[in-house]
Design a protein around this ligand. Structure first.
Ligand code: A3P
Length: 293
């Protein structure tokens, strides 16, 4: 290559790299603005949704049994007619509703509200009580992997997904902060595993925590309509839909509803990484809450 061409090539490289930097810089700014805009939008949503002393929040890390708990609470707090199109009509996920530019719904008290908020994003002075559902992190990972694969990326490999699960540490940090409950919210902690294996007992704990007056009929409705079989049969009332794809996905949301899949699917190395993070962030808090309960 001639000397002049070499200089020319260097010049182009310089321009390309500079443009790349600018692009990254502006993309970050756009992302920051979008996040900020969503925050403000949510504040506005909450202003019109309002707050009530008897609001009931179901707080979870995704794929921990949120929907099943929404159905239980819906049955315990209403006549349990199940005559809604989608569970979000009677038990909204307000952060998502705001994101989707939906209007807040008029709901009778007590309202049953879903949240996946990180602890730090859940406003300190929120009124009402919180039911926190905690599920084995390994099972959550398997459930999330299947959701990602079925809804967003059919090519996704389990090993790749697990790498990102560890890298983000989202489940570990989310659980840690909610189990710690630094702000002293009025919370009852329920394990997904107890909920599916000993549902009546957990329902009774919820009733007593919320001081609800429930008839035996209401309890039986909660047991029946939150069963895996019923929810699977009526999946369109419960399932989320893919955000990016146009085609709807059915029969994939109420999936297996079991405990212990993680232990089977994680390799020895993956179990070791999981356990190290689990011991560091979650184990002691879990012990304190669930052994003394
Ligand atoms: P799996 O994917 O392991 O089957 P969320 O509602 O928080 O998204 O949780 C979804 C998980 O709860 C899925 O777990 C789903 O199958 C399970 N689930 C939903 N309804 C259930 C029910 N009635 N009984 C037991 N598990 C249920």
């Amino acid at each position: 290559m001639k000397k002049e061409s070499k200089y020319e090539e260097k010049g182009y490289n310089f321009i390309i790299n500079t443009l790349k930097h600018f692009k990254r810089f502006f993309t970050n700014i756009v992302t920051d603005f979008t996040v900020f805009e969503e925050k403000i939008r949510f504040q506005k949503y909450k202003l019109s949704f309002g707050e009530r002393d008897d609001d009931i929040y179901i707080s979870t890390f995704p794929k921990s049994g949120t929907t099943l708990t929404q159905v239980i609470l819906y049955c315990l707090t209403t006549e349990g007619k199940m005559n809604f199109n989608h569970i979000y009509d009677v038990s909204p996920w307000i952060r998502n509703a705001s994101f989707l530019r939906q209007k807040p719904k008029e709901l009778a008290s007590p309202r049953v509200i879903k949240t996946h908020d990180k602890y730090k994003d859940f406003p300190k002075k929120t009124k009402g009580k919180i039911i926190y559902i905690h599920r084995s992190g390994m099972d959550v990972a398997v459930s999330m992997y299947n959701q990602q694969k079925n809804y967003n990326n059919s090519e996704l490999k389990f090993d790749d997904y697990i790498k990102s699960f560890f890298k983000s540490k989202n489940w570990f940090n989310h659980s840690k902060e909610w189990l710690k409950n630094k702000n002293d919210f009025d919370i009852i902690y329920i394990k997904y595993e107890d909920l599916i294996n000993n549902k009546r007992n957990e329902i009774e704990r919820i009733i007593s925590f919320l001081n609800l007056k429930c008839s035996e009929t209401a309890i039986n409705r909660a047991l029946k309509y939150s069963s895996f079989t019923y929810m699977k049969q009526h999946e369109s009332k419960f399932g989320d839909q893919p955000i990016e794809k146009k085609e709807k996905v059915y029969n994939k949301f109420i999936r297996k509803g079991k405990e212990g899949e993680g232990k089977k699917q994680f390799s020895k190395e993956q179990r070791k990484i999981f356990n190290d993070l689990y011991i560091d962030k979650v184990k002691d808090l879990e012990k304190k809450i669930f052994i003394n309960e």
